[in-house]
Design a protein around this ligand. Sequence first.
Ligand code: UDP
Ligand code: MG
Length: 210
Amino acid sequence: MGTVVDAAPIKATNESLAEKKKPTVVFVLGGPGSGKGTQCSNIIENFGYTHLSAGDLLRAEIKSGSENGTMIQNMIKEGKIVPSEVTIKLLQRAMEESHNDKFLIDGFPRNEENRAAFEAVTGIEPSVVLFFDCHEKEMERRLLSRNEGRVDDNIETIRKRFRVFLESSIPVVEYYESKGKVRKIDAARPIEEVFESVKVVFTPKNEKAN
Ligand code: UDP
Ligand code: MG
């Protein structure tokens, strides 16, 4: 009996997200410094999405003084992937608090476990996965020349983040490629040029001809 009662509220929460709002989700993936955040800002201005950066949500969680803060801070400093449970809770909360039903989820899922857990917990599959493809030299240049005071924008952590990206995040891109959901963008170009390619993905097919 007890287990039935305990399970009910969890199910209800998941249902409210998956069924009540039926959100449209686009995952925005790409290596560190590939321009995910920059392009998401452009997308939200033009296409009515709400931008949820997993990295920004985790950094806000550190600042809020949450009990997970120190753990998250240490993972980010090492370029490691924070446990799915923590990140998914933050994403779920942000989606529930939003009045929008269209979300760009940036920098998540970062590994297969993130991906499977998100789909299992929320019941949401992305409609499309944007993949910003950029070579490491350019990503490194961008990360080292931006000055956002991030603890992970130093050469040592950057190298670790590149490795984690190749080993853990590329398999997620490959998974969605096998499902025909990936739209690959050449992200080594200037911001405006990249956005021209991004726009095509968000423009309905019947409008493209005009
Ligand atoms: N991170 C994580 N899970 C996520 C998103 C971010 O663990 O779903 C952590 C991870 O340590 C990563 C850091 O936050 O290296 C910064 O992520 P962000 O997406 O902000 O930056 P990026 O590396 O894509 O430039
Ligand atoms: Mg970012």
